[in-house]
Write a protein that binds this ligand. Structure first.
Ligand SMILES: O=C(O)CCC(=O)C(=O)O
Length: 251
């Protein structure tokens, strides 16, 4: 999740991440690149490079977005994929990734979830999760790879393709290291904080090529959709995704 607040706030909730520098270049605005040095976090922009020269050269263009991720030991990003080539650099603390290739889409049990945003409440002094209005749904992975022991059996029976299949790659990234996370790979992220209780990272999202890999992914995705129709009653597999994921940047 990326977001920015406009009123002074005491601190962010553990699962809120902040997009620091946004390079707006949506698919609709390809020829009019606008660089927005993101509002209240703009002062931090000069502390990080605006791109990674070797990646820019290899990929053939500047990043579309540079994101700042600040978290503590409770922060966790659930399984999803992004339509970006991702160069992920840890500044302090450690990040722990679980990684699965796009071809494992049938193991992620992608479903439609309502979109929501954290909003700071002056009344309660807490962040509250508010559903978007008008209602909007986004496809997202259902698998929680780290269920509580009491929920493990239930989770295993709900998501057998995930739990009975090959284990995801596990990568720990330390301060000063960069991970190249290829586009459309599923990733789940946790962290170990530094001695001040923080993990800070910056990542560079480069546009991906919507080439054969993307077409192949959508083909596999549509197969898992067909499977859910054949196994009538299997409500876990991609029920609502007959349109593939062509409209989504993240999932
Ligand atoms: O650092 C995190 O918690 C999530 C990172 C992520 O999802 C991404 O870089 O796309």
């Amino acid at each position: 999740m990326s977001n920015a607040h406009h009123s002074p706030t005491p601190w962010m909730p553990s699962k809120l991440h902040v997009r620091m520098i946004q390079v707006k270049d949506s698919l609709r605005m390809r020829n009019s690149r606008t660089i927005v040095l993101g509002g209240e976090y703009g002062a931090l922009a000069r502390d990080c490079d605006s791109h990674i020269p070797w990646a820019t050269e290899a990929i053939g263009g500047l990043p579309e977005a540079v994101n700042l991720w600040i978290g503590n030991d409770l922060s966790e990003t659930s399984f999803h994929k992004d339509h970006y080539e991702n160069l992920y650099a840890v500044v302090t603390g450690e990040k722990h990734f679980l990684l699965l290739p796009p071809t494992d889409v049938h193991r992620m049990y992608i479903r439609e979830y309502p979109a929501a945003q954290y909003t700071y409440s002056e009344v309660s002094g807490e962040f509250e999760l508010k559903l978007e209005n008008p209602e909007r749904y986004v496809p997202w992975c259902s698998v929680n790879p780290y269920p509580l022991p009491k929920d493990k059996e239930k989770e295993m029976s709900k998501f057998p393709f995930y739990y009975n299949g090959p284990k995801p790659f596990e990568v720990t990234l330390k301060a000063g290291e960069i991970l190249y996370l290829p586009s459309m790979w599923f990733h789940h992220v946790r962290q170990t904080p530094d001695n001040r209780g923080l993990t800070i990272a910056v990542n560079y999202w480069y546009d991906m090529q919507f080439d054969i890999k993307y077409a192949y992914f959508n083909f596999l995705h549509s197969l898992s959709f067909c499977k859910s129709r054949l196994n009538d009653g299997d409500s876990f597999i991609n029920e609502n995704l007959s349109n593939g994921d062509k409209n989504h940047k993240e999932e």
